[in-house]
Design a protein around this ligand. Sequence first.
Ligand SMILES: *Cc1c(COP(=O)(O)O)cnc(C)c1O
Length: 387
Amino acid sequence: MTKIPYGRQDIDEADVNAVVEVLRSDFLTQGPVVPRFERAVAEYSGVEYALAVNSATSALHIACLALGLGPGDWLWTSPITFVASSNCALYCGAKVDFVDIDKHTYNLSPHALERKLVQAERDGRLPKIIVVVHLCGQASDLAAIHTLGKRYGFSIIEDASHAIGGRYQNRPIGDCRYSDVTVFSFHPVKIITSGEGGMAVTNSAELASRMSLLRSHGITRDPALMTHEPDGPWYYQQVDLGYNYRMTELQGALGLSQMARVDAYVGRRHELARRYDRMLKEFPVTVPWQHPDGYSGLHLYVIRLQLDAIKGSHKDVFKSMQAQGIGVNLHYIPVHMQPYYQSMGFKRGDYPEAEAYYSEAMTIPMYPTMTYDQQNLVMSALEKALA
Ligand SMILES: *Cc1c(COP(=O)(O)O)cnc(C)c1O
């Protein structure tokens, strides 16, 4: 039985009241609360437009479509991410490729990216979109990737599912200074939650308008977007093929209420991470490297086992931690090693840094309501697991 999970949500009375208030109101969906949540995230992130949807996966999908991704196009991302970061390309009929990670940050390596772009230009298969994942909440090297984007003509989607509350170059992650769209996830294990939910933010009015159509069947009631004058006051038009990706008012209310605590959550995560850093000093593990100029959202605390200094295997350490009730996890199995991707031709050995990471990584529990006592339990379990 897991006594300490790797992550968990925090729900307070204000959250409960916010959701109950919606339940007693006139609108369970398409009411006034979701737009307020969108405003709150847009203002917090320093970005113009925000579109709430039912998951970050949906946000990635409509962002790709809005950027024109389709059959024959390529989308590149990091292999160390959740499968949604690359599946979005497949939804659009496009092809996926990966760029190996940096050995310190575990984010997509700008150097590996540049090498791959040089080759792709020769082969005539440059990517249309790069999905840049801010793994564990730490920003990728966006400035460098943006410069390459200008040179090679690709668009950038930031997958900031781990990163709301984090900062890059002293600005909020999600301000889209170096990207076309940023997406956030509000799944319960993430920094703030709306139960399920996600958001796409952008500074482009055009992308915002397209994503707004795509999240709701491609239907509009705005005469300016119609092909002709409305037939009458009942009229709406379907002008594109969209989806039902809308967020409910219940989710919006929970998300909006949680936004009030995003800074406190990330601050607490930093306290816990600093304490782990100190306590793990004498352990045969590598603690997460943190960019001195950045401020991570710290969604995850990933250690790498120094296997040559440990008796047991990677698997043994996981089993021991789990047997001791500690909910360790592995973020992530490299996407190219998933059977679905292997059937597309990806092989073990394609991305050596990602695979080396996979052979040593372990996420240990960290969440804002975690106590120092719970953290001490994780530490003593780890001491046993590594002995
Ligand atoms: C959680 C996650 C997603 C998907 O988020 P959902 O809201 O569950 O769809 C996408 N990318 C990354 C990196 C994630 O961690």
